[in-house]
Design a protein around this ligand. Structure first.
Ligand code: ZN
Length: 393
């Protein structure tokens, strides 16, 4: 690609520091954390963050500078950002499982690979901020993608996450965190914080920075850090995003993930954008010479058009908003008490708030029932599916 739509921005090296910005001191208010460039080839997030902090600093001392709580932004994969690559040794957004972090902390730092060292430093930064926070904590992780496509957000379906994600006028994708093991936001979820990821658009497109900036401002109002009367541009930011996502369903869930294993030759068929409609059987990609077709009708999400990465593409399906209302109601009624009555479902013998599901006995739709009730799928144990209740559902 190239041409007028792409801008060649050169961020000076000093732009890539671990702490990209801090604003506000009040420990009682909400703590809003932002991470940008967890993938080193996704620099637009860093630029968006720099714009926001420059504007905040400029407004300091004026009514528009009124800010409750604190906002801190971190660069994710510093070495990757400096080199302009997604990662050096491994994907920094895949090593945040409970076990992975425990192993990292027990290990010898001098033996860390590039991303383990990044994760270790980030953990220290996060813990320092979380340690001083007295109010609620929210995290927004900024991403961009190799394919064209409008902005959107991803979240685990908890009621507090919905509040933040639905404040942004962009589509929400459910279940991506379930499909990917060890995403950084998981580490925050497990501690009960509000955590969403946002995608701004194509890596180098100029509007990607605008989209990410707009999402940060709107989120700062939704979090309570800024009052909407102090952000005169709020309406402009919302309209900018609304224009980008016209005609796209508001809520989608992940139905399929195409995994690329080491050594496999994956090649996406050119021309797909995120949210393109596809029919069952549509040829999407080639892997080791074999054509991969859509497994069902839906929307193609995050088609991979870059060398690095282990997710070839996802297929999503529209979720009616009504369904989410049903879900909140069922959760409030504690309907999960009825789960063991479903065929093939039994409580986990050792772990609280977990269930084992025998896929040979369970009825079709059991996975959906678990989602509705605020459970997420975990790695299977033997031939049994495992579901656990989200910390804040
Ligand atoms: Zn990314």
């Amino acid at each position: 690609m190239g041409g007028a739509e792409e801008s060649q921005r050169l961020i000076p090296l000093h732009g890539f520091q671990r702490v990209l910005g801090t604003f506000g001191e009040e420990d009682e208010g909400p703590l809003f954390l932002i991470t940008a460039g967890i993938h080193g080839n996704e620099r637009a997030g860093v630029e968006a963050v720099q714009r926001v902090f420059a504007a905040l600093r400029e407004a300091q001392g004026t009514p528009a500078g009124r800010f409750k709580g604190r906002c801190v932004a971190f660069a994710g994969n510093l070495k990757g950002l400096r080199a302009g690559v997604r990662f050096i040794d491994q994907d920094l957004n895949r090593l945040w499982t409970k076990k992975g972090i425990a192993r990292l902390l027990a290990g010898d730092p001098s033996l860390d690979d590039a991303e383990e060292a990044e994760a270790r430093e980030l953990l220290g930064c996060f813990e320092k901020e979380l340690g001083r926070a007295r109010g609620k904590v929210l995290i927004m992780d900024l991403h961009t993608s190799s394919a064209d496509g409008p902005p959107f957000s991803c979240m685990g379906d908890t009621i507090p996450n919905r509040k933040l994600a639905f404040a942004l006028p962009v589509p929400v994708i459910l279940g991506l965190e379930e499909a990917i093991d060890g995403a950084m936001l998981d580490w925050f979820y497990e501690q009960g914080h509000v955590a969403i990821a946002v995608e701004g658009g194509k890596h180098q497109a100029r509007e990607t920075v605008d989209n990410l900036e707009a999402m940060i401002w709107i989120a700062l109002v939704a979090s309570g850090n800024l009052h909407e009367r102090d952000l005169p541009r709020l309406g402009d930011f919302k309209r900018l995003l609304e224009r980008e996502v016209r005609g796209i369903p508001h809520i989608l869930e992940i139905r399929y993930r195409e995994v690329i294993r080491p050594g496999e030759k994956f090649h996406m068929i050119p021309g797909f954008k995120t949210f393109d409609r596809i029919q069952k059987g549509t040829p999407l990609a080639e892997k080791d010479g074999e054509v991969l077709r859509a497994t069902e009708d839906g929307y193609v999400l995050l088609p991979l058009y870059q060398g690095q990465g282990e997710d070839g593409f996802f297929i999503g399906r529209r979720v009616p908003r009504f369904w989410l209302l049903v879900a909140s109601l069922l959760r409030r009624l504690h309907a999960s008490r009825l789960l063991p009555l479903l065929p093939g479902v039994r409580p986990h013998p050792e772990k609280k708030d977990r269930f084992l599901v025998d896929p040979k006995i369970a009825r079709w739709g059991t996975v959906q029932v678990f989602h509705l009730l605020g459970y997420r799928r975990r790695r299977p144990e033997g031939d049994q599916l495992v579901f656990s209740r989200r910390p804040q559902w």
